[in-house]
Design a protein around this ligand. Structure first.
Ligand code: SAM
Length: 282
């Protein structure tokens, strides 16, 4: 692929999450050659550009102006200008502005290019020491207690490694909620990646709670948590007796004999056992 900037294209450019040396040569080239840059915070990006000696027109693009600015950016792209979108740190569109702009580009057949680089979630996962083969990125939990709880309930039985972003002032509450919903699991608290105080604490949720009862959480965190173990997954029918279990399938639309068959399969018993129970109670 050519490294020439394509007219009318959007470049999604990852920027450092701490260490400036993580800005790739390609990212620098793109930032210096596009017509303009859409930035989450123009002051933050202005500083980055100054450090790398790039002068470029900046357009503010963030959560609160994305609708009108998105349309403005699309109009410029359609006229043939090229644009790079950047966030304050890391990969745009990953718990950061960019997702909507890329979606708009896709619907308008505007070409988009990824300029890959730092991403806190992937970097944290890579040094977590936990299973990396399959994982589920969960972004930030809500500050609203019941929304936070239902998010955790949703992922409770997921067998995949879970990745959350977290701010230090919310860490203690988050860990307590995690313990109460997910139970005590292995967790890697990865903080200040690529910065002077980079640290990985590989422990359990309960030990992390104890640790942070004494110590104030500081810096930016990624929490990487082991997925639910097979033996800890409670089947949905565990609290149902045989007859209620059959009724469950009947309500789902199965014929009586098919429901009995399904129950027998779930429970690992014979069809005649379930049939007998069903007839006794009816
Ligand atoms: N899009 C970004 C990315 O690709 O990494 C993430 C943006 S999100 C708004 C910011 C969150 O990412 C922080 O609250 C923290 O959870 C995590 N984060 C960012 N930089 C980090 C770092 N250097 N060390 C640990 N976590 C970091």
């Amino acid at each position: 692929m050519s490294n020439e900037i394509v007219k009318g294209a959007l470049y999604v450019v990852a920027t450092p999450i701490g260490n400036l040396m993580d800005l790739s040569d390609r990212a620098k080239k793109v930032l210096s050659e596009v017509d303009f840059i859409a930035a989450e915070d123009t002051r933050v990006t202005g500083k980055l550009l100054m450090l790398i000696g790039v002068k470029k027109p900046l357009v503010s693009y963030h959560e609160h102006n994305k609708r009108e600015k998105g349309e403005e950016i699309i109009a410029r792209l359609k006229k043939g200008e090229s644009c790079a979108i950047v966030s304050d740190a890391g990969t745009p569109a990953i718990s950061d502005p960019g997702e909507d702009l890329v979606r708009l580009c896709a619907s308008e057949n505007i070409i988009t290019f990824a300029v890959p680089g730092p991403c806190a979630a992937i970097s944290a996962l890579s040094i977590s020491g936990l299973t990396t083969g399959r994982f589920s990125f969960e972004g930030f939990l809500s500050t609203n207690k019941s929304e936070r709880r239902s998010h955790l309930e949703e992922v409770k039985t997921s067998p995949y490694t879970l990745i959350f972003y977290e701010a230090p002032h919310k860490l203690r509450d988050t860990l307590s909620a995690m313990l109460s919903v997910l139970g005590d699991r292995r967790i890697s608290l990865v903080r200040e990646l690529t910065k002077t105080h980079e640290e990985v604490i590989r422990t359990t949720i309960s030990n992390a709670i104890e640790y942070y009862a004494e110590k104030s959480p500081k810096g930016e965190y990624v929490l990487v948590i082991e997925g639910c173990k097979k033996e800890d997954v409670k089947p949905f029918w565990q609290d149902l007796d045989e007859v209620s279990h059959v009724e469950y399938y009947l309500e789902k639309g199965l014929e009586r004999m098919d429901a009995i068959k399904a129950v027998a399969k779930d429970r690992g018993v014979s069809k005649s056992t379930i049939y007998k129970k069903w007839n006794e109670k009816r």
